[in-house]
Design a protein around this ligand. Structure first.
Ligand code: HEM
Ligand SMILES: *[C@@H]1O[C@H](CO)[C@@H](O)[C@H](O)[C@H]1NC(C)=O
Length: 333
C-alpha cells in the first residue's frame, strides 16, 4: 500500500531545501516543528524500516472494526477532518479530558465506534512496534482505509506526523470548523485559513457521500415558508417526513442517497437539488465551486478525493522531534 517513492534521506534533503527557501534556521534545528502547512518532514513509506507492516496492521484492524459496525467508516473520516482543521493533523481530537477538543459541541456527533476503531488500530500497531507509529498517522491511514472499505479507492498517505500534547475545547469551533448552515463565501474562508482551495472544498465535501447528519443540522431549510428554494420539492417533502417538526432534531438522515457507499453520488444529488446540508447544496450556487460539483459526478472523484485528502493531511503537522509518539491514543505520555 505504501509506495517507496521518497526515500528517507531524500525527504530529509527536501525538508532542508524547503526550510532554506523559507529562510528557517533548520541547519541548527533540522527536526524543528513545522506548523506551516508545508510538506516538510512527511514521506510515503515513512515506517518502511521502523515498522514495515504498520499500514497492513492498521488496515486489517480497520476492516475488522468496519465489519462489526459500518459507522466506523464515516466516523473515522470525519475525525480526520476535525483533527486536521483544529491545531493541525496532530491527533489532538483524540485526547480525553473535560476541556479537550473531544468535549466540544462540534465534536459531540463524532462516532464512539470510530474512536474505538482508532484505539484498536493503534493498539495493534503498537503490539508489533511499540512506541513507533503516531496516533496522528494512524488517523490518516485509517481514514484512507475507511474510504477503501466503503467502496472508494485508496491513496498513498505521506506519514511522519507526531502527536500534539495540547487540545483545547474552545478551538474546536468556528472559525476553525465550518457550520452546516454556511454558504460558499464562509466555507471558502474557513478552508482558506487552512491553506485549502475552492477545489479542495468541493472535493473534500464529497466525504458526505457516506454517513449521516441529524435533522437539527439542516431543518432550518424546511421551517421557512416557502422552504429553501434550492431544495428540490420532492426532496423537501421527503425530508419533512423524516424530520417531523418540532423536536425531532436528533433523527439521523442519510447525507446522500447512497450513504453506505463511497461513490460520486453526492455530486449527482447536489446537481438535482438533493444536497442535505446548506453547505452541500450551496456548492452548486457559487461560480467558484459549481463547475467542480459537475466535474466530480464521474469516476474522477475517486482520485480527486485521495489527492485532496493528502493535501488536508499536511495541515500544520508536527514532525521531527516536535510533539511525541503517544503511547495511548487518548492520553498524552
Ligand atoms: C465543508 C464543510 C463541512 C461542513 C459544514 C460539515 C458538516 C457536517 C455535519 C453537520 C455533519 C453531521 C454530523 C453530526 O452533526 O453528527 C457532518 C457529517 C460528516 N462529515 Fe462533514 N462537514 C464538512 C466537511 C467535511 C469534510 C471536509 C469531511 C472529511 C473529509 C467531512 C466528513 C463527514 C462525514 C464522513 C460525516 C458523516 C459522519 C457520520 O455519519 O458519523 N465533512 N458534516
Ligand atoms: C448558523 O446558525 C447559528 C445558530 O443558529 C447562527 O448563530 C449562525 O449565525 C448561523 N450562520 C450562518 C452562516 O447562517
Amino acid at each position: 500500500m505504501a509506495s517507496a517513492k521518497y526515500p528517507t534521506s531524500r525527504a530529509a534533503l527536501w525538508s532542508l531545501l524547503i526550510a532554506l527557501v523559507l529562510g528557517v534556521s533548520s541547519l541548527t534545528a533540522p527536526a524543528a516543528a513545522t506548523r506551516t502547512g508545508a510538506t516538510a518532514g512527511l514521506s510515503c513509506g515513512f515506517y518502511r524500516h521502523s515498522c514495515p507492516d504498520a499500514e497492513n496492521i492498521v488496515y486489517n484492524s480497520m476492516q475488522q472494526s468496519y465489519n462489526q459496525n459500518k459507522v466506523v467508516a464515516p466516523g473515522v473520516l470525519r475525525i480526520a477532518f476535525h483533527d486536521c482543521f483544529v491545531r493541525g493533523c496532530d491527533a489532538s481530537v483524540l485526547l480525553l479530558g473535560p476541556d479537550t477538543e473531544r468535549s466540544a459541541l462540534f465534536n459531540k456527533g463524532l462516532q464512539a465506534a470510530a474512536f474505538d476503531a482508532l484505539d484498536a488500530a493503534k493498539i495493534a500497531v503498537d503490539k508489533a512496534c511499540p512506541g513507533v507509529v503516531s496516533a496522528a498517522d494512524v488517523i490518516q491511514f485509517a481514514a484512507r482505509d475507511s474510504v477503501k472499505l466503503a467502496g472508494g479507492l485508496g491513496w498513498d498517505v505521506p506519514a511522519g506526523r507526531r502527536d500534539g500534547r495540547v487540545s483545547r475545547i474552545e478551538e474546536a469551533s468556528t472559525p476553525n470548523l465550518p457550520t452546516p448552515n454556511m454558504t460558499v463565501p464562509d466555507l471558502l474562508e474557513v478552508f482558506a485559513r487552512k491553506g485549502l482551495s475552492a477545489n479542495d472544498l468541493v472535493v473534500l465535501s464529497g466525504a458526505h457521500t457516506i454517513g449521516h447528519a441529524p435533522c437539527l443540522t439542516f431543518d432550518n431549510r424546511l421551517q421557512t415558508s416557502p422552504v429553501d428554494p434550492t431544495l428540490a420539492p420532492s426532496f423537501a417533502a421527503q425530508l419533512k417526513k423524516q424530520c417531523p417538526a418540532p423536536n425531532n432534531g436528533a433523527t439521523q438522515v442519510d447525507l446522500d442517497s447512497t450513504a453506505m457507499t463511497f461513490d460520486p453520488q453526492y455530486y449527482k444529488d447536489i446537481a438535482r437539488g438533493r444536497g442535505l446540508l446548506t453547505s452541500d447544496q450551496s456548492l452548486l450556487a457559487d461560480g467558484r465551486t459549481k463547475r467542480a460539483v459537475y466535474s466530480n459526478r464521474g469516476t474522477e472523484f475517486y482520485t480527486n478525493f485521495g489527492k485532496a485528502m493528502v493535501t488536508m493531511s499536511k495541515i500544520e503537522v508536527l514532525t521531527g522531534s516536535a510533539g511525541e509518539i503517544r503511547r495511548h491514543i487518548a492520553y498524552v505520555n
